[in-house]
Design a protein around this ligand. Structure first.
Ligand code: UD1
Ligand code: MG
Length: 469
């Protein structure tokens, strides 16, 4: 049976990235470059996908799991040598094999499908996907003979002046007859400027054997961008971001300033939601309809319902249900779950806590390790004291409780439904329904005592000095 296969090259060290991180694992809008490539390959329905990995193999396997098979390239001796490592998996198969690099994150599945179609149409042994580059520097150049037929690919470092002037480049994606590919790879030599076994050399080898070699020129060069350094990584991110943002706008999301809005590829946003400038939405975040995500907010892997307002706040791995609001300048840390119509105001931090519907946490409050019921009012400057230095403890607050300002709720503690904490209290004991807890020192008043304090004279003097100026 004749099948469809892909080899993804991902063993290169990526020295030009100057990074501890393996090159193809650098992220573009929330996914590693090699994951982007594999995702598009998957959409093209392959019988087998083999990813060639090198010294960072384990980390690539951790990233891609069993979505692909793996071949190992111990030493990075070049792209031709890399493909050859897949021979034990693919060598005896009949069919077509696409080779693609793990550092080209912008390719679309439709381009791969077009390439396969063209390759079949031409009855070719090899078809190169090429593009017209304004600046072809660093790419392999497509050399055609005087009647326009492809004769070979020349790498930047091996190119003559005339060859370097060619703008048609090798995108690094090819479609081959599988068996002819592996046969030709055994004949590739490394007598070139980099001393490497170049995959593109199979083109000249096949030509010399009288095989048909075709080139399919894609329209959009930007899609083929190979990322070899940080500058290209930033450019690829810009292009991917523009695509993602365009898709959201097409789906009815308002982006006030799409050039300044950073949304990861797996994020979902409902229609009529407005996203203001400087917002970053990452991971697998889902946002509902009719929300407002205010300027400079940051949302990481969270679920936001409908009609939620977020004002300049940070939300991480948390849930906000419909009609709730937060901010400005508040922070949901992992495992916060905010109920419907809950209001969280300024300078609040909520961590591993559940807030029932309509509860209000208006100002300057920390809620950690707590379960709050519905319709609770938490005053200003309340601290849920959850940590004794060794263990975290949980506070449980019933429905309709009232917690006065500047109180400490020392966990573990349980305040029943309809219980009341007087302002300024440090609560250590449970309260039953309708109880009021008041836990603060009684006030002592010393009549006239202020006049005996030196600060009184100092203040009077300050006022006098000011009025004579
Ligand atoms: C390669 C092509 C060039 C093309 C360009 C498109 C070669 C010799 N040159 O150049 O014609 O224009 O891509 O982006 O193929 N890799 C391995 N093992 C190795 C070497 C590389 O797995 O021993 C992998 C890398 O991880 C990378 C891919 O192969 O994903 C391409 O290697 P890279 O070094 O980026 O080649 P380029 O210089 O970009
Ligand atoms: Mg490259």
């Amino acid at each position: 049976m004749s099948g469809k296969y892909t080899v993804i090259l991902a063993a290169g060290q990526g020295t030009r990235m100057k990074s501890k991180l393996y090159k193809v694992l650098h992220r573009v809008c929330g996914r590693s470059m090699v994951d982007h490539v594999l995702t598009q390959v998957e959409k093209t329905h392959m019988d087998k996908v083999v990813t060639v990995v090198g010294h960072g193999a384990q980390r690539v396997e951790d990233e891609l799991g069993d979505r692909t098979e793996y071949a190992y390239q111990e030493e990075q001796l070049g792209t031709g040598h890399a493909v050859l490592q897949a021979e034990s998996i693919l060598g005896d198969q009949d069919g077509m094999t696409m080779v693609v690099s793990g550092d080209t994150p912008l390719f679309r599945a439709s381009t791969f499908e077009d390439l396969f179609e063209y390759h079949k149409e031409k009855g070719a042994a090899a078809t190169i996907l090429t593009a017209d580059a304004d600046d072809p520097f660093s790419y392999g150049r497509i050399v055609r003979n005087n009647v326009g037929v492809v004769s070979k690919i020349v790498e930047q470092k091996d190119a003559t002046r005339e060859e370097a002037a060619i703008h048609e480049i090798n995108t690094g994606v090819y479609c081959f007859d599988n068996k002819k590919l592996f046969a030709a790879l055994h004949q590739v030599k490394n007598n070139n400027a980099q001393g490497e076994y170049y995959l593109p050399d199979v083109i000249e080898i096949m030509k010399s054997q009288g095989e048909i070699v075709a080139a399919y020129e894609m329209k959009d060069f930007s899609e083929s961008m190979g990322v070899n350094d940080r500058k290209a990584l930033a450019r690829a991110t810009k292009i991917m971001q523009a695509r993602i943002n365009d898709a959201h706008m097409t789906n009815g999301v308002t982006l006030i300033d799409p050039d300044n809005t950073y949304i990861d590829v797996d994020v979902k946003i409902g229609s009529d939601t407005v996203v203001e400038p400087g917002v970053s939405i990452s991971g697998n975040t889902e946002i509902g309809s009719d929300c407002v995500i205010g300027a400079n907010s940051k949302i990481v892997s969270s679920k936001i319902g409908d009609r939620v307002h977020v004002t300049s706040s940070t939300i991480e791995e948390s849930i906000m249900h419909d009609d709730s609001d937060i901010g400005p300048n508040s922070h949901l840390r992992p495992e916060a779950e905010i109920g419907e119509f809950v209001h969280i105001g300024n300078f609040c931090e909520i961590k591993k806590a559940k807030l029932g519907a309509r509860t209000k946490v208006g100002h300057l409050t920390y809620v950690g390790n707590a379960v709050l019921g519905t319709d609770i009012n938490v005053g200003c400057g309340v601290v849920f004291v959850n940590y004794d230095g060794i263990n975290k403890h949980t506070s449980i607050i019933g429905n309709h409780a009232f917690i006065g300002s500047n109180s400490n709720i020392i966990a573990p503690v349980k305040l029943a439904d309809d219980s009341y904490v007087a302002a300024g209290s440090t609560i250590t004991d449970d309260l039953a329904q309708y109880d009021m807890g008041i836990a603060r020192a009684r006030q002592t008043t010393k009549p006239g005592y202020f006049k005996k304090l030196p600060v009184y004279e100092a203040l009077k003097q300050e006022e006098a000095d000011h009025s004579t100026k």
